[in-house]
Design a binder for this molecule. Structure first.
Ligand code: ZN
Length: 165
């Protein structure tokens, strides 16, 4: 198996850039490459679509509109909380707009950023920080191998770059 396809384990180096500003928002340069199981929803949908059929050594550059990246921003993901809920945090550090925190929700931890600090309320934005943005990726395929049965049943990669258990 030497091309990216469903049920392959792909190893890639990548750089993600915001096409409007040229700002790099994420990159594997200088780090270990990214390893993922193809076709198991580990990646944003457009990333896999654009890399399908790519061979080892091949580099592809593409731009994803928000629908194929982190989706559009949703107003209902912005919530106002009583400021007293943040008393424990505020005892440690002053609350500021742009600060990122993690809330313990019934369905697990969810990161959010503070968008407004009021006298009695805090406005929190649970949208992904890249929601509503077009993203440009430059991706180079380092290695492709067939996934093992255990990886397919678990839905993630084992070993190097993956889950160790
Ligand atoms: Zn596993």
């Amino acid at each position: 198996m030497d091309t990216i396809q469903n049920n392959a384990v792909a190893t890639v180096h990548y750089t993600g850039t915001l096409p409007d500003s040229g700002e790099v928002f994420d990159s594997s340069e200088g780090r270990d490459p990214l390893v993922f199981l193809v076709g198991h929803r580990q990646m944003i949908p457009g990333f896999e679509e654009e890399m399908m059929g790519a061979k080892v050594g091949e580099r592809r550059t593409f731009t994803l509109e928000p629908e194929r990246a982190y989706g559009e921003r949703q107003d209902e993901n912005v919530t106002t909380f009583p400021r007293e809920h943040f008393a424990a945090v505020e005892a440690e550090v002053p609350l500021e707009v742009g600060m990122t925190l993690v809330a313990d929700m019934v369905d697990g931890p969810r990161p959010f950023s503070i968008v407004e600090v009021g006298d009695d309320t805090i406005k929190a934005d649970f949208n992904h920080q890249l929601a509503g943005k077009s993203l440009m990726f430059s991706v180079e395929v380092v290695e492709v191998r067939a996934a093992e049965d255990a990886e397919l049943s678990h839905g993630h990669v084992h070993g190097k770059g993956g889950v160790h258990h």
